[in-house]
Design a binder for this molecule. Structure first.
Ligand SMILES: Cc1cc2nc3c(=O)[nH]c(=O)nc-3n(C[C@H](O)[C@H](O)[C@H](O)COP(=O)(O)O)c2cc1C
Length: 198
């Protein structure tokens, strides 16, 4: 065994979505975010395209994101779909985070690699971020409110029209009294076909 597999398995299984309401106000340092991003970029990418871009919101930047999300929700939501609860979440949650990383696909329209594969690579990068947070005892939450896919989001993040924001990745230390959530998965038999004979 090259690495401690039981420890790696423990980190994978212990990774949980920790919602911002469960974060304490303990500071997340810029150097921690750098470590998380330095692990993100070791995800596999077809053709080594490395098709990501990261926008990190910290400190007053979190207020800027909160204002953008709430103002844009108000602007884009027709009255019949408007939810006061959604608006409150978009406004309040960024202010509960130690940092938020907007993870986006930078699309090269001339690329031979399909957009699907580029998106898959970004999902791998986000999993690296998640596992790094878990190892650190940091909570994390992959959030995808509908408006991250709107042109207004691209403009806000200074992305080109063909790019796509794929995640708002919230990071924060859990509250000291938080009982780390448990989860379960169906056994592999449910999903797996073995082909071992002609
Ligand atoms: C692509 C993707 C998008 C997600 N977006 C949201 C979201 O917008 N809101 C949310 O509450 N959870 C979101 N999640 C988190 C899932 O709800 C969560 O991973 C799932 O419930 C399993 O819980 P666990 O992460 O603790 O194992 C997202 C997860 C993925 C992979």
């Amino acid at each position: 065994m090259k690495y401690n597999l039981s420890e790696i398995t423990a980190v994978i299984k212990d990774r949980r979505t920790i919602f911002p309401e469960m974060f304490s106000d303990r500071k997340v340092h810029r150097e921690q975010v750098e470590t998380i991003l330095n692990n993100a970029i070791w995800a596999p990418t077809h053709g080594l395209t490395q098709p990501w871009s990261f926008t990190v919101f910290r400190e007053e930047g979190l207020q800027k994101l909160s204002d953008f999300l709430s103002d844009t929700y108000i602007k884009l939501t027709p009255p019949e779909a408007f939810s006061e609860m959604k608006l409150n979440k978009l406004k309040s949650r960024p202010l509960m985070a130690g940092a938020i990383i907007a993870v986006s696909l930078k699309r090269d329209s001339k690329s031979k690699i399909s957009e699907l594969e580029e998106i898959e690579a970004i999902a791998c990068a986000i999993q690296n971020m998640y596992l790094t947070c878990t190892a650190w005892g940091l909570g994390a939450f992959w959030s995808t409110p509908g408006l991250i896919y709107k042109p207004e989001m691209n403009e806000f993040l200074k992305l080109n029209p063909e790019d796509k924001c794929l995640a708002l990745f919230y990071i924060g230390y859990p509250k000291p009294d938080l009982e780390w959530p448990k989860s379960h998965r169906r056994p592999i038999e449910y999903f797996t076909t073995w082909v071992e004979k002609i």
